[in-house]
Design a protein around this ligand. Sequence first.
Ligand SMILES: Cc1cc2nc3c(=O)[nH]c(=O)nc-3n(C[C@H](O)[C@H](O)[C@H](O)COP(=O)(O)O)c2cc1C
Length: 448
Amino acid sequence: MSLVVGVGLRAGTSYAELRDLVHRVVTGEVHLVVTIEGRETEPAVQQLADELGAELRTFSKAELAEQPAPTPSEQVDQLSGIPSVAEAAVLATGAHLVTPKQRTANATVATGHLPAPGYEEVERAVVHRVIAERRDVRRGFLDVPIDDELLTRVLEAAHRAPSVGLSQPWDFLLIRERTTRQKVHALAMQQRDAFAASLPADRRTAFDGLKIEAILDTPLNIAVTCDPGRGGRHVLGRHADPRTTWFSAAIAIQNLWLAARAEGLGVGWVSFFGPQEVADVLGLPAHVELVGYLCVGYVDEFAAAPELVRSGWAKRRPLSWAVHQEEWGRRDSSIVEDALHAAQEAVPATGQRVHVIVGGAASDLGRPDVLVVDLREERPEQDFGVLWRPARTPAEAEEYGVEIARDLALQGVGQLDVQVAAGSVVAEALAAGLRTGASACGLSHSSA
Ligand SMILES: Cc1cc2nc3c(=O)[nH]c(=O)nc-3n(C[C@H](O)[C@H](O)[C@H](O)COP(=O)(O)O)c2cc1C
């Protein structure tokens, strides 16, 4: 961080007076000394800049007058028409003030920090572009071997990822052998069938049209693994939350994905297998776990939107739903009110019918179209048919209801049957929220 010293002084102020004032607040290296136009010829200012080895810069009266000086000085204002030369000069550089203004009879000094510079606009645009244009690719791969240098660049990007305590828990197993890929592919097909069998009929038809992997269509598969013990006993930051090790490996994959996109290389992440099944096929040591299985190859083009969006399977969640201010649920606008407004203009949706049982239990999950909302305080056993929403107040329950309906709509649900199993104020509020959320998204709904 670069330090800036702003100086205001009367003509003829001695260097000793100015130096002592500056030394009250400055200990480290100074990047800039700034003052008002005309004062740069003052010997004290020139000597200060020389002694500090800092660049000397000036601002016009008009530029300084625009700055919101926090401790304005009436006297300076009267003399020069600006509120405070020292502070205003620091602010004019773009720095943030860090110490209160210091003064002697003839001089004032303020200090500030210049933030590290961000990238230029065109460079920022590239960063945002690669983030927006990264795609999970499953189709259109070319049967062309991947250039070694390019692959090294991509792996280098992955290997630069942040990791808890710099433990770097990842490894990258490069798989080109077709026989190995065939074995992994067979596992994915089994899991595909199992998932298809778990779906209600209408959803299953939509799923049948989706491609979920490109294991045999790509010249290279990469198994990204995690060694949860890497770094030994005292990995900084891991002791309280061991999941951070897996987060680190996942971030490495994102780095790889972005770098690959920039190189014109398609990447598709396949998770249609139990991690141990793949570990067995690949002969991974027992202490190493699979995090992601990636299909990698050159492609003709990258789609503008996710395949699941283009196929109508799912939609992107708006950022405004995901951002909470200071406390959970406090969004920039109330999601219940938003939903009530949206309901007036909602376009009727089509899609899967889901039967939501509010306050139900896992034993209600007989049919594949049932989703249980469990309101109890104790965490239920993990089951994707059970949404655990231990709402603390009816208002919170209503919001959860709105959100659940909206999230289901994003996942291709078109109709909701709402049933309240356990009669309570909270359950009724959640059911009311479900109905509001459903109306907002154009879902037809009924109460059972
Ligand atoms: C952890 C993880 C697992 C994924 N597993 C699969 C998968 O098994 N099959 C698949 O087709 N896509 C898979 N994807 C890709 C997502 O469907 C995809 O990222 C999402 O639809 C958004 O599309 P986009 O990546 O093109 O923006 C996976 C993505 C992640 C992050």
